[in-house]
Unconditional design. Structure first.
Length: 695
């Protein structure tokens, strides 16, 4: 018989002592357990006692006992107790109408225990049978309507915050009883009887969202997932048209706080690791695995927050305003450690945008917004994608950035020279450099930080196990940003050499590991994306590059690294002459290289001739640029179509499997987190018992 320590005697003294044979030991059994036993034996202890339920819900619920007894029952046993389950569920729902907070708390815990216990027992038998056992199919619609009315009443009324939090936990219990949320037929009734307005009210309330915001967003996000591609989900429709500025800003703040906490913890751990070699060595063995485990757990926990951010950006165009809404953080960020000098780069002329930033310490309270926080968060999680959780987290970050990068309004805000922000980005340690964090990044349009982040990803994942799918996403984001600049003739003050160098180094790496990578994926498709970014600069660069010198520097980089493009063309040509699976994509790559090769073939002889005439064995950058500027008139390029076109992001069908697995993973984690809400029973009851009844 299960029993909870320190709970032998309730406030009313409802307990009895049972003797075990002739032993002098006494086993304490709660009166609530005796009542439960009667229910599970098919009896109805409430018969003939009009005050039974009022008295029952004054007793502390033993959720463990209810769930354990459900687990013991056979299928026939469950069905035989259907009427008793229906009665307990109904009376719990009716109790939510009362103004006695203690009864309300105990009724909610009873509902949680019944729901979890019965669904856990029948987890593999989805369908209306479970609803029939739990509520009764004939009365399910009216009972759940009453239930949702009671829950909304608590969420929107003058009730203790802990009671509102318990309501949200119960909603999470309802949403996570099945691994596949679309098979949770219980949610069908919650679509008809909405809690949406109550959740939105919490987002708009600056006090409530501090405590209830995360659970509220999680409830809404999970409800949005229910059969999202199979039928009309009213939560999707309502979220997509939400235009309440306070609610959208509150939604963004909840996400921002969660991601900021992760960023702050990461900076704290990084600073501790760099505090000194002796202390680091002394604590390394003891702390290394613990720190990694904590970080992985935090990354996994943030999946639900990122999913909430994704749904808001993907569904609601009004959310972009909240995403970029400037505010001053209430919690100062952790002071960064002193910068350490880097050693020489991998390749000559290789530069990194994150290295070249002012080192003066600025005030901690710099204006920020959710996008700034999200970019910093992304710079942390994309560092290491070897572990599955972090890979999926990084993938979701890049999907979110893809949605942002193809939104016209988001781009206009990210490129606005009057909206400058300091975006601290993190870099992973590599052989040629130490880990680095910008102490005081320059204040620039957000598009610059986004491009810096993409450059950093490109340069830091050049490995045989390179995440090709993430590279495709990264290049797609760069392409979308450039398409916006070309279309709107926006001249971003950015050192584009960072991006060109990174792209050329990526091509060099692919060429060096061709035999290995070609077996993993279609590297010609990836190379075409890289080359077409160069083609966009070549064909339309005069409309968006910051000045004519930038255009000259582009040609200089192509001429300087011409060997890479020559080798790329040779590789593609080899595959076009064989009957392999990559023949067509290799042929497309050779076509995409036409203008790059024209530039190389046009300028290289002129540079060599100029060097010979001046009897120079090598030329400086300025000398090459002088030749380039004097030879534009005789260069012939082919106008290529559709360079500024891309396939717009669509979740279905390409990402459906990814999100299905992600939601399943989130559900399993949430289910674990709400399985222990009975631990907080006493705390909640103590709090609500000091509150006056609701008027």
């Amino acid at each position: 018989m299960s029993q909870e320590g320190g709970q032998g005697e309730s406030k009313k003294g409802h307990s009895v002592l049972l003797r075990k044979g002739s032993s002098s030991k006494m086993a304490l059994k709660e009166k609530i357990v005796q009542i439960y036993e009667a229910f599970f034996q098919g009896e109805d202890p409430s018969a003939g006692n009009p005050n039974f339920w009022d008295e029952l819900f004054l007793l502390r619920v033993n959720t463990t006992f209810i769930e354990t007894e459900c687990e013991k029952l056979s299928g026939e046993g469950l069905m035989s107790l259907k009427d008793n389950f229906n009665l307990m569920f109904l009376k719990s729902v009716e109790t939510l109408k009362q103004d006695n907070h203690i009864r309300t708390v105990n009724a909610l815990h009873t509902l949680c225990a019944l729901t979890r216990g019965i669904y856990r027992k029948t987890l593999k038998d989805y369908g209306f049978d479970v609803i029939n056992i739990l509520i009764g199919f004939d009365s399910a619609e009216s009972v759940i309507q009453t239930l949702i009315e009671g829950l909304n009443r608590i969420l929107t009324g003058d009730f203790p915050v802990s009671l509102k939090q318990l309501v949200l936990k119960f909603l999470l219990v309802l949403a996570t009883v099945t691994d596949n949320i679309s098979q949770n037929t219980l949610l069908e009734f919650i679509l008809l009887n909405s809690v949406y307005e109550s959740l939105i009210m919490i987002f708009a309330n600056p006090v409530l969202r501090q405590t209830l915001g995360v659970d509220s967003i999680l409830v809404l996000t999970l409800l949005v997932q229910y059969r999202k591609f199979e039928s009309a989900n009213p939560y999707i429709v309502k979220l997509s048209i939400l235009d309440d500025e306070l609610a959208l800003t509150g939604y963004a703040e909840v996400v921002s706080v969660a991601l900021s906490d992760f960023n702050r913890d990461y900076k704290t751990r990084s600073n501790e690791q760099q505090s000194g070699w002796f202390s680091t060595l002394a604590n390394m063995v003891g702390n290394m695995f613990v720190a990694e485990e904590k970080e992985y757990a935090a990354v996994r926990a943030n999946d639900s927050v990122l999913l909430a951010l994704y749904e808001a950006i993907h569904l609601n165009r009004n959310f972009i305003t909240a995403l970029t809404h400037a505010h001053t953080p209430s919690i100062p960020s952790t002071p960064p450690s002193s910068p350490t000098p880097d050693s020489s780069p991998v390749d000559d002329k290789q530069v990194n945008p994150i290295e070249n930033s002012p080192t003066s310490i600025e005030p901690a309270h710099q204006p920020t917004n959710l996008l700034v926080t999200f970019l910093e968060y992304s710079s942390i999680v994309i560092q290491d994608t070897k572990e599955t959780n972090r890979y999926n987290n990084a993938r979701l970050c890049l999907i979110i950035l893809t949605c942002i990068a193809e939104d016209q309004y988001a781009n206009s805000l990210m490129h606005d020279i009057n909206m400058n922000f300091r975006v601290p980005l993190h870099r992973m340690p590599m052989r040629h450099r130490k880990a680095k964090f910008e102490a005081s990044p320059p204040s620039r349009p957000l598009a610059c930080a986004l491009l810096d982040l993409m450059v950093e990803f490109i340069m830091s994942h050049l490995m045989k196990s390179m995440p090709l799918e993430l590279y495709n996403r990264c290049l797609g984001i760069c392409h979308r940003v450039l398409c916006y600049q070309k279309r709107c003739r926006v001249r971003l003050q950015y050192n584009w050499k960072y991006l060109w160098t990174a792209l050329i180094n990526l091509l060099k790496f692919i060429l060096s590991h061709e035999n290995h990578l070609v077996k993993k994926a279609n590297i010609f498709h990836l190379c075409s994306k890289i080359v077409n970014i160069f083609n966009l600069f070549i064909t339309y660069g005069d409309t968006f590059l910051p000045n004519p010198n930038s255009y000259d520097e582009l040609y200089y980089e192509i001429i300087r690294m011409h060997q890479v493009f020559d080798n790329l063309y040779s590789m593609a040509l080899r595959y076009t002459t064989s009957e392999g699976e990559h023949k067509e994509s290799a042929a497309r790559l050779t076509n995409h290289l036409i203008n790059v090769r024209a530039i190389v073939n046009h300028f290289t002889p002129k540079v060599d001739s100029w060097a010979a005439n001046n009897q120079l064995s090598s030329l400086t950058e300025d000398q090459v640029l002088e030749v380039v500027r004097g030879s534009y008139d005789t260069l012939t390029l082919k106008l290529q179509d559709s360079l500024d076109q891309y396939e717009r992001y669509s979740e279905k069908p390409k990402e459906t499997s990814f999100f299905t697995q992600l939601v399943r993973s989130i559900i399993l984690d949430v289910r674990k987190s709400v399985s222990d809400i009975n631990i907080d029973q006493q705390t909640i009851i103590q709090e609500v018992s000091t509150m006056p009844p609701t008027p």
